[in-house]
Design a binder for this molecule. Structure first.
Ligand code: OAK
Length: 822
């Protein structure tokens, strides 16, 4: 047979007929299904494989390393990624959505039904993981050679069900139907050691050397998922590591009937990447977690060295070839591991290795919450990673010597800066390690970056002010507007031109249209349609009927006291009591929508979910309320569900206690979709308010400085309770048991608020109620509301993750994106 040209032999034609043929080929040849017997899931797999061909084809061309001088690549090390469903996103990025729809329609298959089949990889808890995925999307879009390294958890974040009003956690078996996106790379597998001991030896030049003899070795198998960019010929790679046993199981033990022993090591090794820890912004402190962190950090660095070697470069050039971003401190042990690889394995001298290491890493802090700051008991650390502990102690000793020389006699400074916490049992402070081992440290919003310098890393900011910077987070407008909100996208393209998904600042063209009544009418129509779509989903998932013309007031995010979902609930219950007292009270119809997962062991967060479902049970069918208030807890908030929720929001609740939310990204997604924000001056809210205009943002609450003052002077929640009748009546109402379940049900939550109130819910209650009153007033004027909504979208251009990534490239990684900026 005559051989075809390389391109025509690939199944990557972009005409509907070619996609149809590739789809049928995959159905038959890859899946072994006759079209007549194929299930909806087979259709999904066949289309996914068809689209993967396109993406992988782009990938091999863009990642080929054909350049004479290879570009510095970016490695984004993250314990979490939350990519969301891939298929629709790739179709959008490749410009193939409509062609694929047509191709399938010709076979009588509905694309939307096919898209529904995809299981999303829930390999993250929330903000940090989703940000990592937005960044891979943007890295591919702006054209930077990059790899996101992480863990291929077999079980991701649990699926949430609500039973009897309580959260129930269900194992997430995302891989059970097969994963068409990943490509296993046996050739890239790396071994990782644990435990054992170190020994000294002398090299041929008489130099003292150390080698680590681990007690056990685990194999990391590489699984690659290509991430496409919007209208881009670049592909980013998400390379996730799965742990496996290095040896087949112990036949000797097996033959002697000791079956448990025989499989023990295999099971232990495989357990490493089994499950994602489901706590958000909370330190885990478990040995398995440290093992996970080291496992993926080590595999990733070894992989970078392997790629370096393939490029014909040596370890002494590591930093010229790789910029490595530490996504919070979860991969901070990579600092010690790179040192070990350079000095013990590649036999570089300490000083040279340290220079390379510091030129390689940069570190992003994502939280100031003390309970999230990672530290490991030194004994645990030393048992698991004896060589790394030695290296960390050496890094620390050298660092503290420098500090001593610069600040003689200031022992307090030494104790505070030390990587080892010696105030009692000794710990390794991972944020200190990350900071000392990086050339740049950044926070994720302007306020947060300032607070990093004033609080957790204040002593470091004092000695190295130039090391600290800010990169405000961003979100991808492709997934969160173009895909999630097709109605709005059409309107935006007409008004601002078609290029906005890749050039978000183009949205400013909308500004002029805010005063155009006809445009406002279209704008409101789109929002109403999105709300109707969500209302249907709510009924399907919860049985609750909602009115799409009511104000959709949305608080979706992880459930946490600092995010103050309970402040929202106190306000809802106060409105309920108001209507009960005075049925003629002027309160516009509202639907309060909550969504988010609580960490399984976080008792008060679970109480917050229960109180929101209890509020719904009480209010939704009360004839006196007559549908004017509805409260919905939308179960299983994940990326797919988020894509229905954000476009339907009228009001975005961003009400964390000031100083607690590092940035927030849901705030950006909702404002971009035309929601108005009610919020505190926290995280990126500050910059969103600056961007959209203070008249288009409902501000309330104590500032971060005022919060600090209250914390110093002492907070007296009972004083608020006693002096504010509305607040007292609301709390008494909950305590009375009127929400069902007896008067003791919510006692822990009430007691927490009245006795401690660590997040100043009661202190901000009055101001929040007043801001909500302003919301209601504006809502009664739909034209003014629509104007403010349009201006929100129009002015959110800054918050594209493309902008964030360009800032990282320019100021931190020193790499040049392939695509010039807008
Ligand atoms: C999770 C675990 C440990 C430390 C931080 C987190 C986390 O998710 N932090 C969140 O990161 C987001 C992305 O930067 C921010 O928008 C959130 O404010 C922050 O809570």
């Amino acid at each position: 047979m005559k051989s075809k040209s390389p391109n025509t032999s690939l199944r990557t034609g972009t005409k509907a007929a070619e996609i149809r043929q590739a789809f049928l080929d995959h159905l038959t040849c890859s899946l072994g299904r006759l079209p007549a017997y194929a299930s909806a899931h087979d259709h999904y797999l066949a289309l996914a494989l068809t689209v993967r061909d396109h993406v992988v084809h782009l990938g091999v061309s863009s990642f080929g390393g054909k350049e004479s001088k290879p570009q510095r690549r970016v490695a984004y090390l993250s314990a979490e990624f939350l990519p969301g469903p891939h298929l629709a996103n790739h179709l959008l990025n490749l410009g193939l959505s409509e062609t694929a729809r047509k191709a399938l329609a010709s076979l009588d298959i509905d694309l939307d039904a096919v898209l529904e089949q995809e299981e999303e990889p829930g390999l993250g808890n929330g903000g940090l993981g989703r940000l990592a995925s937005c960044y891979l999307d943007s890295l591919a879009t702006v054209g930077v050679q990059s790899i996101g390294y992480g863990i291929r958890y077999e079980f991701g974040i649990f699926d949430q069900q609500i039973r009897d009003g309580w959260q129930v956690e269900i194992t997430d078996k995302w891989l059970h139907g097969g994963n068409p996106w990943e490509i296993h790379r046996p050739g890239a597998a790396r071994d990782v050691g644990f435990g054992g001991h170190t020994e000294s030896w002398t090299d041929d030049f008489g130099r003292h050397r150390v080698r680590w003899l681990p007690a056990i070795t685990v194999r990391g198998e590489a699984y690659d998922t290509p991430i496409s960019g919007y209208n881009s010929d670049h592909i980013a790679l998400m390379r996730l590591w799965k742990s496996e046993a290095t040896e087949s199981f112990d036949f000797e033990a097996f033959n002697h009937g000791n079956y448990d022993r025989a499989v023990e090591q295999k099971v232990d090794s495989e357990n490493l990447s089994k499950v994602l820890y489901p706590n958000d912004s909370f330190r885990h402190g478990k040995e398995l977690r440290l093992k996970q962190q080291f496992f993926f950090s080590s595999c990733s660095l070894q992989d970078m060295l392997r790629i370096l070697e393939m490029q014909g470069a040596g370890p002494e050039n590591f930093h010229e070839h790789w910029a490595v971003q530490l996504n919070d401190t979860h991969p901070a042990v990579a600092v010690a591991e790179l040192m070990r690889l350079l000095i013990d394995v590649h036999l570089l001298a300490w000083d040279q290795a340290w220079e390379i290491t510091r030129a390689t890493f940069s570190y992003t802090n994502h939280t100031l919450l003390p309970e999230a700051l990672e530290k490991w008991p030194i004994d645990l650390f030393g048992e698991l990673l004896p060589r790394h502990l030695e290296i960390i102690l050496e890094i620390n000793a050298r660092f503290l010597d420098e500090v001593r020389a610069a600040f003689p006699g200031e022992d307090w400074r030494i104790a505070r800066l030390s990587i080892i916490d010696e105030n009692g049992p000794r710990y390794v402070r991972m944020a200190h390690l990350a900071c000392v081992g990086s050339h740049t440290v950044n926070g994720v919003a302007e306020l947060h970056s300032e607070l990093v310098k004033q609080t957790v890393l204040a002593d470091f900011a004092e000695i190295w002010p130039e090391k600290f910077t800010n990169v405000t987070n961003g979100v991808t407008p492709r997934r969160f507007v173009a895909l999630a909100n097709p109605g709005l996208s059409t309107l935006l393209s007409k008004a601002a031109g078609k290029t906005w998904p890749g050039k978000l600042s183009k949205l400013s063209k909308l500004e002029a249209l805010a005063d155009d009544a006809e445009f406002r009418a279209k704008w409101r129509q789109v929002k109403l349609a999105n709300k109707s779509r969500l209302a249907e989903l709510i009924t399907e998932r919860t049985g609750i009927l909602t009115d799409p013309t009511s104000l959709f007031d949305v608080q979706v995010k992880r459930i946490h006291e600092y995010k103050r979902q309970h402040l929202n609930l106190l306000h809802i219950l106060s409105l309920y009591l108001k209507i009960k007292r005075d049925p003629t009270a002027d309160i516009p119809a509202r639907t309060f929508i909550f969504g988010g997962k609580a960490a399984p062991g976080y008792f008060l967060a679970k109480q917050i979910i229960r109180i929101s479902t209890a509020a719904g049970e009480l209010i939704n069918d009360d004839p006196d309320i007559a549908g004017r208030l509805k409260v919905v807890f939308f179960p299983d908030f994940n990326v797919r569900n988020a894509q229905y929720v954000y476009p339907a929001a009228d009001l975005s609740e961003q009400i964390s206690m000031a100083g607690m939310e590092a940035s927030g990204t849901g705030n950006m997604k909702m404002s971009l979709n035309g929601a108005l924000t009610i919020g505190t001056l926290d995280g990126a809210n500050v910059e969103i308010r600056e961007a959209v205009g203070e008249e288009n943002f409902f501000l309330f609450g104590l500032t971060a400085d005022e919060v600090s003052e209250v914390e110093v002077c002492g907070h007296h929640p009972r004083q608020h309770y006693e002096s504010d009748t509305e607040l007292r009546e609301t709390i008494d109402f909950i305590a009375s048991g009127a929400l069902g379940g007896g008067s003791g049900l919510f006692q822990p939550l009430i007691a927490n608020l009245l006795e401690h109130d660590p997040y100043l819910v009661l202190a901000d209650f009055r101001a929040y109620g007043e801001a909500q009153q302003r919301v209601s007033e504006l809502w009664t004027n739909p034209e003014d509301w629509a104007r403010a909504s349009i201006l929100n979208t129009a002015r959110m251009g800054k918050f594209s993750s493309d902008r964030s990534i360009r800032e990282y490239c320019q100021r931190i990684w020193k790499v040049k994106p392939g695509k010039p900026s807008e």
